[in-house]
Structures are given as structure tokens and as C-alpha cells.
Design a protein around this ligand. Structure first.
Ligand code: B12
Ligand code: SF4
Ligand code: SF4
Length: 260
């Protein structure tokens, strides 16, 4: 079952970019599985917020959560390096990836339903508390629990294909063997205190070595909403993700491999 789902997700993402009237391209998705009863879910009540949901709050019969990371290609992130404002391509990719996550989740739900497994889909974003700017379903924590990456100083989940890309997650009653996770850092700062390039890239004094101001960050995102209104609603920025060592790879893994 695990292999089948991985194939379904990868094929859907590949066909989607070939067949539809869109401009964004994605690399092969990274996919991870966690048991809905993994004790780490309960910890999200303290790590994220006391109101963070448990898989069984959404689907009483939940057995598994599936997380997927859709990596952006280098050609896309290259467009977002210069200037204070985000590139149009980055804004378009944000909108198109959110649509892809919604369509892929619905496809997966129908696919599993046909095999007799109930499932529950969650939107890619905008499922947050407007006053706190925190969501009751944090995709990157779900993805961390499912073993597909670890957190960077820039707050991003850094996978084996870096952090430039978007994450979706999904709940199902199908019982699927969970993946293992490692506590090995994926961020150079967390590994040996070096790098911090993401903080230097921040364009609105939101991200520092010791603090992150989500409201200052959101202020910048809203400036890009105005700038890119011609492509839709794109609350983006992403300058702390691009032109950094973790944009497209896990830089700690690279460092460790070089030492061998
Ligand atoms: C609310 C929100 C925002 C808010 C607040 C962001 C924030 N960092 O809190 C605003 C609007 C400002 C925002 C901005 C951006 N966002 Co946003 N946002 C979300 C949303 C809806 C919920 C995030 C949330 O509530 N997090 C809860 C808070 C408390 O946790 P956190 O920020 O993740 O921080 C935690 C980690 O750093 C963690 N941590 C650090 N080290 C370790 C170690 C361990 C072991 C553990 C367990 C945890 C941990 O501790 C913190 C607290 O738990 C998600 C979608 C979703 N529903 O998940 C997208 C999401 C997080 N955003 C995303 C992106 C890409 C962005 C932007 C780059 C904008 C853009 N697209 O251009 C910026 C980046 C800002 C930044 N540097 O953090 C992506 C992240 C992809 C990735 N690779 O991780 C997500 C997952 C959307 C998606 N579907 O892909 N966002
Ligand atoms: S840019 Fe450097 S310090 Fe920042 S998250 Fe990436 S690896 Fe960590
Ligand atoms: S998304 Fe932009 S404003 Fe927010 S922390 Fe990153 S660089 Fe700073």
C-alpha cells in the first residue's frame, strides 16, 4: 500500500505539470508516513499551540497521516533572489502549488475511498488564526513527524531536497507502516552554529538568530499581495529561503558526506 500511494502521488504531480495550463514545475515529491497515534502529535499542543488538532479530531477512524513536500526547481528560486519584493514567478508558484496540493489531496482521498478507506484533506494554507498567525494544523510539524525533514533557523522544514517548496498533509483510515525520523539537524546553524544566511536575507527585520516576528513577516507578505494582485492572492516573500545553503539540499548531510 505504501509503495502504491508513493507512486500515485509522484505520478499525479508529474502529470499535473505536463497536462495543465500552468507555468510552475516541481521536482519529484518527498513523501512520509506517520501513525495517527504517534505520541509526538500530543506534543504539538505545547510546541505549536494548545488548540493544535490531533488526526482523530478530523477523522475518528484515522490510522495514518501522509505528508508530502513538493520541491521547487532551482530555475524558480533563482527568480526570487534579487530585489526586496518577490518575483512574479514565486507568486505564481505559490498559487499554483496550493491548487496542486488541493487537487492532489482530493485525488488521494478518492483513490483511498475506492479501496474502502475514509480520508480527510487539509488546505495548504490560510487555515490560521488571524490574531496569532498560527494554525491548528501545522503541515511542517506533521511532515517532521513523518520523517521527511527537520527545522531550519528560517523556520522552514529542510528536506533532502532543501526547503524551497511547499508541504501538504493528509489523514487516512488506511493502516500504513510509519517511516522513521532522525534528530540529525538539517540546518547548519543548528548543527554547528554557522551559516545564519537566512537571517541576513530577511527583508523586513522579522528573522533574527534568536527571534522571529511573524507579524513583521506577514507585513512583508501583504506588500507582495498588492504587488502581485494581477496573478491572484499571493501572500509571499521567501527571501530567507533562496540563495541559502539549504534552498535545494540538506546542507548538513552534504557537509558530513564531504568529511567521509
Ligand atoms: C501561519 C503561517 C505563516 C505565518 C507565520 C509563519 C511562522 N513561521 O509562524 C506567516 C504568514 C508570517 C507565514 C510566512 C511564511 N510562510 Co507560512 N504558513 C503558515 C501556516 C498556515 C501555519 C504555520 C504555523 O502555524 N506554524 C506554527 C508555528 C508555531 O510553528 P512554526 O512557525 O512552524 O515554527 C516552529 C519551528 O520553527 C519549530 N521548530 C524549530 N526547531 C524545531 C525542532 C523540533 C524537533 C521541532 C518539533 C520543532 C522545531 O518550532 C517552532 C514552533 O513549534 C503554514 C501552513 C500550515 N497550515 O501548516 C504555512 C507554511 C509554514 N508557510 C510556508 C512558507 C513557505 C512561508 C513563507 C516563505 C512565505 C512564502 N510562501 O513565500 C514565509 C516564511 C516565514 C518564516 N521564515 O517563517 C510553508 C513552509 C514550507 C517549508 N518548507 O517549511 C508552509 C508549510 C505552507 C505550505 N503548505 O507549504 N506563514
Ligand atoms: S540558511 Fe543556513 S542557518 Fe538558515 S536555515 Fe538554512 S542552513 Fe540554517
Ligand atoms: S519571508 Fe521575508 S519577511 Fe518573512 S522572515 Fe523570510 S525574508 Fe523575512
Amino acid at each position: 500500500m505504501k509503495k502504491t500511494i508513493i507512486n500515485e502521488i509522484q505520478n499525479f504531480a508529474e502529470n499535473y505539470q505536463n497536462n495543465c495550463d500552468i507555468s510552475t514545475k516541481w521536482g519529484t515529491p518527498i513523501i512520509g508516513f506517520a501513525s495517527a497515534d504517534d505520541p509526538l502529535f500530543a506534543e504539538l499542543k505545547s510546541v505549536v499551540s494548545p488548540t493544535h488538532a490531533m488526526p482523530k479530531d478530523f477523522l475518528a477512524s484515522a490510522q495514518t497521516t501522509i505528508a508530502f513536500f513538493l520541491p521547487f526547481p532551482k530555475s524558480l528560486t533563482a527568480t526570487n533572489i534579487k530585489n526586496r519584493m518577490s518575483s512574479k514567478e514565486w507568486a505564481v508558484a505559490y498559487i499554483e502549488t496550493n491548487v496542486l496540493i488541493a487537487k492532489l489531496s482530493t485525488y488521494l482521498k478518492d483513490f483511498l475511498q475506492a479501496k474502502g478507506h475514509q480520508s480527510f484533506t487539509i488546505p495548504a494554507t490560510h487555515n490560521w488564526d488571524e490574531k496569532k498567525l498560527i494554525s491548528d494544523w501545522s503541515h511542517r510539524h506533521i511532515a517532521y513527524i513523518a520523517g521527511i525533514g527537520n527545522f531550519g533557523l528560517n523556520n522552514m522544514l529542510i528536506t533532502d531536497k532543501g526547503c524551497c517548496g511547499r508541504i501538504g498533509s493528509f489523514i487516512t483510515a488506511a493502516e500504513i507502516e510509519p517511516d522513521s525520523r532522525t534528530d540529525q539537524p538539517a540546518c547548519l546553524y543548528k548543527y554547528d552554529g554557522t551559516c545564519k544566511k537566512c537571517t541576513k536575507n530577511c527583508v523586513n527585520e522579522a528573522l533574527f538568530e534568536k527571534s522571529f516576528d511573524r507579524f513583521k513577516c506577514y507585513e512583508m507578505l501583504l506588500k507582495n499581495v498588492d504587488r502581485h494582485s494581477s496573478v491572484g492572492y499571493a501572500d509571499v516573500c521567501g527571501k530567507c529561503l533562496v540563495a541559502v545553503p539549504c534552498s535545494h539540499i540538506n546542507p548538513v548531510m552534504k557537509k558530513l558526506q564531504a568529511k567521509r
